[in-house]
Ligand binder design. Sequence first.
Ligand SMILES: [Mn+2]
Length: 333
Amino acid sequence: MDCICAIADENFIPHFSTLFCSIAINSPGYHVILVSTGINDDSRRKLESFAAELEASLDIIDASAVDLSQLPTFGRWSKEVWLKLFLPDLVPAHFTRMLHLDCDMVVVDSVSELVEMDMQGAAIAAVPDVTINAMPTRKCALGIPDNGTYFNAGCLLVDLDAWRKKEIRARAVEYALQHREQIQFLDQDALNAVAWGDTITIGNRWNYAPGSTVVQLENPAIVHFIGKLKPWKIKNVSGASIYRHYRKMTPWPHYSIPRQYPRSMHEWRKAVHAFRYSMLGKLDLARKKLGVRQISNPEKSSIYHMELNRPLFDRLYDEQKNRYIKRITSIAG
Ligand SMILES: [Mn+2]
C-alpha cells in the first residue's frame, strides 16, 4: 500500500490543506498522512471535516516526540524541516511506498504513474535540482561526484523497505552532525550526501518550479513553488492562480498578501535593488517582444522569472478552474 505524506506546523496548515485538496481532486484514492509537531484542536477538527467533505482519507500523526534539538538550522528554516528524514519511521508499517510532498506544492494531475513506477531497487526516486547540479563546488562539498545527481527533496518517492535497510535516516542525521559547515540546504543536503547513489531520477513534471528558466515543460503534474516566490506572499507569481483555486476550497480560504515595508537600512537597500531589477526585467521583456538585444542580466530579475512560464500556467489554470468540489452546505444552517 502507498501513502502520500506531508509535514506542516500550525502556520502551514492552510498550505497543507491546499495541497491536500489538490490531491483529493486530481489524484484521488490515496491515503494522506500529515506529520506535525503540534496543531491546535480547532485546526484538527476543520481538517478532519474537510477530509470527510473531500471523501479523502487523512491521518494526522504527532511528531513532537522526535528529537531534532541537535540538528543545525539557520535562515528562514525551522528545525522541523529535518522531520522529513524521520517520516519512514513515523508512517504505519503496512505501507510499502511513501510519496513525500512539500506543502508549497499543488498536485495538478494523477500521481499514480509515479507512485507505481519501477524503482529498480533504489530507495528514492526524485527530480534533479537543476540549480545545484550546475554548481560543481556544492556537489563536491557534499561528496557527490561529477556524474552523480543532486536531487530536490520536495517530491520524494521512497521505497520504505529499501530506505530502512540502507539506514538512510541514521546516516543522514550522522552526516548533518559531522558536517555542519557543509550543510546549506539542511535535510536536502544531508539526504543527497548519503543517498545520491541510492536515488533514481524521475522527470521534471513531478516537481516543476513555475519560475524555472532552464526546464521547459508542457504537462507538469506537481507544481512546486520553490524558493522565495510563494503564491501566498507574491500575488502575481506564475502559477499563483492555481494555488488560489485550491486554497479557496479549503477551510482557510481567506488570506491577504502581507504588505511589507522595509524596516531597516538593509531592507531599504534590498527593496531598491528588487525594484531596480523588476524595472530592468520589464524592460527586458519589452526588448524581447521587440526583438531587440537584451542589455541587463535577465536571470537576476524577479519579474523575468515570474513571467517566464506564464502561458503554460495560464493554460493550466484554464484546465484546473473547472475542477472543484461541491460544497456540502452547513447542516446547522
Ligand atoms: Mn518546497
